[in-house]
Design a protein around this ligand. Sequence first.
Ligand code: AMP
Length: 423
Amino acid sequence: MSFKLLGIIEPVLKALRGEGYLHPTPIQEKSIPILLSKKDLLGCAQTGTGKTAAFAIPILQHLYLDQQRDHHRRQIRALVVTPTRELAVQIGDSFTTYGKYTGLKNTVIYGGVKQGSQTQTLQQGVDILIATPGRLLDLMGQGYISLRSIEYFVLDEADRMLDMGFLPDIRKIIDELPKNRQSLFFSATMPAEIIDLSRRILGDPEKVIINPEKSTTDLIVQAVYFVKKKDKSGLLVHILQTEPVESVLVFSRTKHGADKIARFLLKAGINVDTIHGNKSQSARQRALDNFKSGSIKVLVATDIAARGIDVEELSLVVNYDLPNIPEMYIHRIGRTGRASTSGIALSFCDVEEKAYLRDIQKLINTNIPVRMEHPYPDDSSEQNSAKPAVRYRPRRQQRQSDSGIRITNNTRKNDWSYSQKSG
Ligand code: AMP
């Protein structure tokens, strides 16, 4: 299946090509035709399945085609409500990326920061608004936002909204929406309150269910090393010198950290470059081109800079620091396991990062296997006891025998497994 066969228009196709998306993921393949035919959708899926693009692409397409036909004044016609600031920002970035050639504008609003720059952007006019519930109601109350012209409404991560106590806010928002609209409702789980809420929002929806344990992360061999912060550099050099890998993307939480990593790798004689926000666009592009062509083996990146990196045959991702936002882990390791190969994602976890690891494991619903045999074990640190530890072995043997991990060399990019569509 290709995006073109799904009936996606050229301006969006062009952006998807730019992102290196070759095939739709199962949730995209199932949802996009439903959404293009303007039906309501109930999606049971979690982060990592490609659900953002599954709703962003059809919304962009509708808005673009309507705009071409009717030359609307810019007003908020699509609203996405999501529980956290981080998710809101990620969704905003996705709309910007996929909508790059449509001329449509989006903005993101969330609480915990001053509202001035948010209201200013709203006053300039946007087509798509991505919001957390509290700030949305607040700015509606102050008269900065009207939901009168909403034609497309997405409620994202409904079960997390429930956990975070947002249900009363959501009910207030729904009451303000025009009756005539297309509604999309996503939740990873479906407890009774969520089913009730979905009935309030949706008419007679089509349903798409994506098996949670079959997300992107399934294609990737993952392991974690417990290591002291001071030993991480030695461990990284050791891995780069012993793993038979072609290209390695190393993630650092900070720009300063990325530069430090690059310095000690260079000292160890390893060919490396960095991309992060302090570098000019042309320097970043040069680093990326050199990495893609294979003239440098290791690229060190921060999360923001790494968005959109798509390197065929990227064999290893190393999380030198664990991300403090669990969804970021999925985005990071999703850089490998693309195209025609399966990838490996190794994470370093020092004692201060244990809480991040717990959040990540909860999100992906998996205990990441622990690699114990390495030169820098952190003996003071209790192990990830929920799952038998995986002993360190060279990659070729490990491919055949690591417990619980199925990995084949010819896993295709679009082999994302899914369960069924019903209703
Ligand atoms: P999401 O579930 O929306 O958070 O997406 C998870 C990750 O999959 C993101 O890093 C997306 O950039 C990536 N992604 C989404 N759709 C595709 C696709 N069709 N092909 C490759 N990667 C994708």
